[in-house]
Design a protein around this ligand. Structure first.
Ligand code: HEM
Length: 91
């Protein structure tokens, strides 16, 4: 689903969003405005399987990044909840 010609941009948008969301600099807001994540995900068909795959890949990324336990404990439930909220197909 991600733009093959702009993976770096997609990575930057997600990174800036997370930095902002967890209290860091607000570059995401300055460049993208209000997140409106459900609306921004509407063009992509996200069903339960897509949500679960996204979480599977993000979990592998978290494993690789070897974050401090407290940071991981904050991120994981957040990802799980927002990913479920992004489901826009099926049911
Ligand atoms: C449920 C599975 C998910 C799928 C399949 C998915 C897919 C996508 C795709 C295809 C894009 C467009 C890439 C781009 O920026 O060009 C995108 C954008 C984005 N996603 Fe997701 N996403 C998922 C879950 C999440 C979650 C859980 C978060 C946050 C914790 C998130 C945050 C974002 C953000 C911040 C953007 C950029 C929005 C913008 O400013 O345009 N996504 N996502």
């Amino acid at each position: 689903m991600y733009p093959a010609d702009d993976l770096e941009g997609a990575e930057e948008r997600l990174r800036d969003f997370l930095v902002f969301r967890f209290g860091g600099p607000t570059r995401y807001i300055e460049q993208r405005g209000h997140p409106r994540l459900r609306m921004r995900h509407a063009p992509f068909a996200i069903d339960q399987a897509a949500r679960d795959r996204w979480i599977e890949l993000m979990t592998a990324a978290l494993d690789e990044s070897a974050l401090p336990a407290a940071a991981r404990a904050a991120l994981e439930p957040f990802f799980a909840q927002v990913a479920t909220f992004m489901i826009n197909r099926g049911e």
